[in-house]
Design a binder for this molecule. Sequence first.
Ligand code: OAK
Length: 807
Amino acid sequence: MSDMSSPPVTPQAFSADILRHLKQSLGKDASHAALYDWRMALSLALRDRVVDPWFESTRKTYEARGKRVYYLSMEFLIGRLIEDVAVNLGLDAVAQEALESLGQDYAKVVADEPDAALGNGGLGRLAACFMDSLSTLGIPAYGYGIRYEHGLFEQHFKDGAQMETAETWLAQRHAWEFERPEVSYPIHFGGVLREVDGAQVWEPGETVMASAYDTPVVGWQGRWANTLRLWAAQPTMAFDLSSFNRGDYMGASAPEALARTISRVLYPDDTTEDGKELRLKQEYFFTSASIQDLLRRFLSEGGDLAALADHVAIQLNDTHPAIAGPELVRLLIDAHGMEVALAISTARACLAYTNHTLLPEALERWPEDLFIRVLPRHHRIIALIEAAHLAETGSHVRIIEHGEVKMGELAFVMAHRVNGVSALHSDLVKETVFADLNRDYPGRIINQTNGITPRRWLYSCNPALRDLINETIGTAWPDDLQQLEGLSTHASDAAFLERFQAAKDTNKARLANWLKARDGVVLDPAAMFDVQIKRIHEYKRQLMNLLETIALWNDIRDTPNGNWTPRVKIFGGKAAPGYVVAKEIIHLINDAAALINADPVTKDLLQIVYPENYNVSMAEILIPAADLSEQISTAGKEASGTGNMKFALNGAPTIGTLDGANVEIRDCVGAENFFLFGLTAAEVVARRAEPSYARRAVEASPRLARVLKQIESGVFSPSEKARYAGLVQGLVDHDYFLVTCDFDSYFETQREVDTAFADQSAWTRMAALNTARVGWFSSDRTIAGYARDIWNAPSLIGPRRSQKDVA
Ligand code: OAK
């Protein structure tokens, strides 16, 4: 592969590559090149170096005739790629030196790249981490998704309220992709079913084409590269010439507009289901294209369809691609003449399903009449699948019921493995949403605790800490993260801790500079940076964080000369545009920030910062700079979380509940290095059964009652005093997420955090132990688990070079 076969690249050679692309690919002379040109030339020069490992990996995969993994996901939340590719190729220093020798500011060029934001949050970012790990582990894999023209909306604040505008990452050329006009498939919708010679024949009403765009995904040290194949929708007929000739110019381009709508925009709902027809079409569009593509590849290699499962593993990232089951069965029956029972068992042996949430509003169900209208043949196939399932198990669980098609049940029944994403979540999957199916198919549900790629989430986003780690334990950790454990022995070494703290301070200063330049906001780098960044959702309880902030503000004002630990409360995150309560919470945070930040009494002790448009690139600046990680969801509601892992890895201890992967993080870092508070999942369920639990919690907490009164009476919204009356009333009347019940425990634990932070060296030790002990949360470990327990997919690369070096 490239690291073994190709000679090392010098900065001189690399600047020549950049200049060549500037001239030949961009048609620019260095003296006239704009920032965009430099960025594109740099990206293309890097991309060139991915191609050989990519071809080599493809060649080895064909030779091995082994298994390929297909990861089907509606979302890939990638972020920027320049640094990612440079780091994986070991060319980060070379690229920087080359560009600077050409008189360019490397950091500025890197920052010019728009985030590829083809996802909403956790599920999409996990898919991106998994792609990185699949390549790092050398497992032949394709990621399949949609090439949305517009990624996740951009968030702006207008007088504190969230506004959304369309994101336009493809307005400029996307440097990393290869267009594949020759790879395209027809996708059919609607129409009618006819019976011909006893067989069902689907005569579709509408057809669009799915065209492939490939992005190579290179793993650590360039040893392997897989493909992210995204589908764009195109019309079967680009232009209706007869309409044009009649003078109907709008009508002439109608077919194109209609088709392109399918891949136009990412649905901005995080863990909520909207039930829109276009969404169903998007799901079927990319799933059908992917299944057609993998079957074509399999057959082109001379495969026998009865042995499909020996060569193909299809992972469904939640239920969004659950139509893959019926689609594969349909193609096996209708296009390849396979008998129904064999088609179902073959498809099931290929398919596996990951559940990413227990929230009832996220469970996809389609109205049956809509489903029949859009996918009439699949409706029949699902009935066959359901009949086979009922006959096989004697189950009473239906897939089509009460006029709805239930995608969770469909995905479950068609999968040979179903997994949750943390130990607690997987247990709850067995006990709650899929309790009956778990009895019907014992052993089918397993756990695969999430992970994160240490290349992006430590090596590349935190150079200060990366360098310290390299100097302390060597350089073999980025693809063998448990080696970080070697830092533990240094956690009692004062000189090491001093350097660890210096790295944190560097990152805090970097954040402060960035915020100053971007928003004109000034931070005190000596204060504790207390960070909560994630989608805004009631279950994630940003509101509880804010209530605690206001309570602290009250306390400081009551005793201004107390022994307070200065804090900056940093929030980041978007709300789904239709999620009214989440938007109210954003507005309230901004309103409270305006008042509290202007208070001369507290201004050196407490500040609230909420930078707009949180995205992956912002996370890469915020996480390394964090002192404290807020993971405060209602127990039982956060399936796993992955931000929790990123913070711990970057030396920010957690304040959190026993929810999702927090439980396992706490087990790893040690209870003494984790600030635990709040009800457990079982206690949450019990508390909800108690009458008036929220009202009683408020009555029992004068501190909370005072805060709620302030908000309700308009202290933070003087121009519209009743602005938050409904929000507060909602809390007191039906606080489903138990903000009120956990408030006191949270407040008290935050005061323990204050005390702990004041002892700087003890705090730094705790932070360092967090870094040292969370190596298990590498997505390499997660992917190795999927490969072993679900896919039975081998790695096609030998032992890691770094491990050989160590041996
Ligand atoms: C999004 C849409 C539908 C269903 C689930 C999601 C989602 O993003 N879930 C999140 O997945 C992450 C990755 O597994 C988890 O870490 C989060 O806890 C979960 O909310």
